[in-house]
Ligand binder design. Structure first.
Ligand code: ATP
Length: 221
């Protein structure tokens, strides 16, 4: 058997609202997979995000756009598991379900942008996140604020020197990654442009843009 066949699975979860998915999410997921030599990146829309207001369109519609956006991109998966659960979508529960599916030896990563990372200490069961997975922070333009002290405490002693050091263990580490292509695209800006009838070309995959325009999503009524 080849070494690769016996090596533990390496996978990441990139959770979010995906309201809607844009090229900042998708390009980050592709580059994250390359940087950590992951088998797969699961993009997982939250049915009900705990720390923000109600999304603008239904979970099933956000998932449909995500599927269109991913298309046949190797190693990216639109994962519907949070849509099957009732109540707030806690990442700790999602990671527990991935851990159960892929086993104790799998290298499991929870990836998030620097803006989301800044609020990590406020999440449900933050210590449990590290028991289940590594946390990998993706640099994002315009989001460079210093860390709050509760977050400094949460991450103390967890920082790994590089990807290989992180992947030597199944969970519990922290890595900050500056991926090659940093994109200043946000779903908020995309929604605002759509509401004002402005172009969103090249901010989203064409198939995602086409479905949004066809269905009149995010238009101001
Ligand atoms: P909104 O503007 O509605 O807050 P968003 O563009 O930040 O949305 P989310 O669905 O909230 O998108 O993001 C999901 C995850 O992807 C978060 O961890 C977020 O930090 C990260 N992310 C979003 N956009 C980018 C980007 N352009 N570059 C890197 N990471 C990103």
């Amino acid at each position: 058997m080849s070494e690769r066949a016996t090596a533990p699975a390496r996978l990441a979860m990139l959770g979010g609202t995906f309201d809607p998915v844009h090229l900042g999410h998708l390009r980050s997921a592709v580059e994250l997979r390359e940087a950590l030599a992951l088998d797969r990146v699961h993009l997982i829309p939250a049915a009900m995000p705990p720390l923000r207001g109600e999304p603008h369109i239904a979970p099933e519609e956000r998932l449909a756009l995500l599927r269109l956006g991913i298309g046949n991109t190797p190693g990216l998966v639109a994962d519907p598991r949070e849509l099957a659960r009732d109540g707030p979508s806690y990442s700790a529960d999602t990671l527990a379900s991935l851990r159960e599916e892929f086993g104790a030896e799998a290298r499991l990563v929870m990836a998030l942008g620097h803006d989301a990372f800044l609020r990590l200490a406020e999440w449900h069961a933050p210590e449990r996140l590290f028991a289940l997975a590594h946390v990998v922070v993706i640099d994002r333009p315009d989001h460079e604020a210093p860390l709050p002290s509760a977050l400094e405490t949460l991450i103390r002693g967890r920082e790994a020197a590089d990807a290989e050091a992180l992947m030597a263990r199944p969970a519990g580490g922290l890595l900050r990654l500056a991926l090659p292509t940093r994109m200043a695209i946000s779903a908020t800006a995309v929604r605002d442009r759509l509401a004002m009838g402005q172009s969103v070309r090249y901010l989203l995959p064409e198939a995602v843009e086409a479905r949004i325009l066809e269905r009149g999503l995010y238009r101001r009524h």
